[in-house]
Design a protein around this ligand. Structure first.
Ligand code: 4AD
Ligand code: MG
Length: 478
């Protein structure tokens, strides 16, 4: 019954005169005659021409926007413009009706805010189907890139007992009764009675486990969901996001930067190669969106120009210290335009600073290295100066930080001292410290925020529009 040809395959390879079966959802039905059918395999709708004079009136009435239908018919050359072929229907069957009076998706433009409220239906729109096809292509590209280089895909745990970033932004996982928490003699919650016999949370990063694996398999990567209970209501933050975390033994920060730049360029190249139609559509969408903005806030490059530009240019590499000098002397800093003025070395960079460097000063992606150790995680390798660490952040136009990584502290004594300084409980991290005790070696890795990459490539301005079901403070619908 469900033998059909997908619209993408049909458009790519057809023979006039063949009889084919297609299935999909009606986008529009014009003049009781022309169905625009979409099955999600491709952006383009397929036109189905029905012979309404010889069709049952009850059936005709059920062909409405949103209905699922099956159509059997002959492939003919299209009379109309904009399409090579259409289907002259011999038979139409309505598989699932859709009452147009209550169907929230009308054949017109809806705002992204409205569509977010009906995230269960938004994949039926051109914008979201394009975004999700590109998201898929990016996921494939990531696996392909690492597979081609001989990396092993490692599945890091989702439930952990540790805080990999030491930032304390964790969602607790527990089966303890919240209304009757068991207490220890000292009056603390008794996690020995919890499901795992200890306190657990959703992972904020798979890095620590990836490090364990890299110190055995040399080159590994993780690609999975990560969770942060940070109360950030921005267009760049999600409470649940996907992260790609490669970890490489016998590698330093330069190798790490080369790997990250290579990965980003490969992913962008794959989308340009395989998602041409979707990219063209998304570029047009972005152009329309930008027309609403004042001239000086519009980007100078179109979406595809921007992607091409990233491919063709080396990312600008500089140290945090050099960046601070640039920022200190920048016009917006001198004129008091930054919300967080840069006064001294040691300041944490805000997204306004990152965007100034990328969009105004260099006009291309930037890799910042060697940050002050005080503003970075405990596992980063301490430099000779004992003041900075071998960190790297990659900053992208319109996005800000897209990658965060570092060379790791492989020296047991230095690592333990750092952990003590930062109040990371050593007893609970014995398994991690074991790697430094037994055959430690220089190694490095990074985390790429998958949704930020999808945002960059699709030109979507809000991160909530590049993941099917976004989770953010106050919202876990669907
Ligand atoms: O810079 P972060 O916190 O680094 C780590 O988690 C390291 N353990 C990675 C590693 O070295 N293996 O996060 C890495 C990236 C960020 O650069 C950003 O792209 C993304 O993850 N990210 C988020 N994306 C969406 N929503 C959030 N709340 C994010 N927090 C981080
Ligand atoms: Mg970071």
């Amino acid at each position: 019954m469900f033998s059909r040809v997908k619209i993408k395959e049909l458009l790519a390879n057809y023979t006039l005169g063949d009889t084919v079966t297609v299935m999909g959802w009606v986008r529009t039905f014009r003049n009781n005659q022309f169905i625009a059918l979409n099955d999600g395999s491709v952006l383009t709708n397929l036109q189905i021409v029905v012979d309404f004079e010889n069709m049952d009136a009850e059936l005709l009435k059920k062909i409405t926007t949103g209905a699922a239908i099956k159509a059997v018919g002959e492939v003919i050359a299209s009379q109309g413009k904009g399409q090579a072929i259409e289907i002259k229907a011999k038979e139409v069957e309505v598989l699932g009706v859709c009452d147009p009076e209550v169907y929230p998706l009308q054949p017109k433009k809806h705002s992204l805010e409205f569509l977010r409220e009906i995230a269960h239906l938004r994949p039926r729109t051109n914008t979201f189907s394009a975004v999700f096809r590109v998201r898929h292509q990016l996921a494939m590209a990531i696996h392909q890139f690492f597979h081609n280089k001989g990396f092993v895909y490692m599945h890091s745990p989702i439930i952990t007992g540790s805080d990999a970033e030491g930032a304390g932004e964790m969602f607790r996982v527990t089966t303890l009764p919240l209304d009757k928490l068991p207490k220890t003699e000292e009056g603390h919650i008794d996690f020995k009675k919890d499901f795992f016999g200890k306190s657990t949370n959703l992972t904020v990063s798979g890095q620590l486990e990836a490090e364990l694996a890299a110190l055995a398999l040399s080159e590994v990567y993780t690609f999975g969901p990560t969770f942060r209970a940070e109360n950030s209501n921005t267009s760049r933050h999600l409470a649940e996001f996907w992260m790609i975390e490669p970890e490489v033994a016998f590698a330093d920060l330069n190798d790490n930067m080369d790997l990250a730049e290579g990965l980003l360029k490969y992913c962008i190249g794959q989308v340009i190669e395989h998602c041409a139609e979707d990219l063209e559509f998304l570029e047009g969408r972005l152009l329309d969106e930008e027309k609403q903005k004042p001239q000086n806030e519009r980007s100078e490059m179109s979406l595809r120009e921007k992607l091409q530009f990233c491919l063709n240019n080396d990312f600008q590499r500089l140290t945090y210290t050099e960046a601070i000098d640039i920022l200190k002397n920048s016009t917006p800093n001198k004129k008091g335009k930054f919300n967080y003025p840069i006064e001294a070395w040691g300041a944490d960079l805000q997204s306004e600073h990152e965007r100034y460097l990328v969009e105004k000063h260099f006009g291309k992606p930037v890799i910042l290295t060697d940050y002050p150790k005080a503003i970075k995680a405990f596992y980063m390798r301490v430099n000779e100066d004992n003041n900075t660490v071998r960190a790297m952040d990659i900053l992208f136009p319109g996005i800000g930080e897209i990658v965060g990584g570092s060379q790791r502290e492989e020296r047991l004594d230095v690592l333990m001292a750092r952990m003590e300084e930062m109040h990371i409980p050593l007893e609970e991290m014995q398994w991690f410290l074991d790697t430094r005790k037994f055959g430690t070696c220089p190694h490095a890795g990074f985390g790429l925020g998958f949704e930020r990459l999808v945002q960059f490539v699709t030109g979507m301005s809000n991160i909530r529009d590049v993941i099917p079901f976004p989770r953010f403070p106050g919202s876990a619908e669907f």
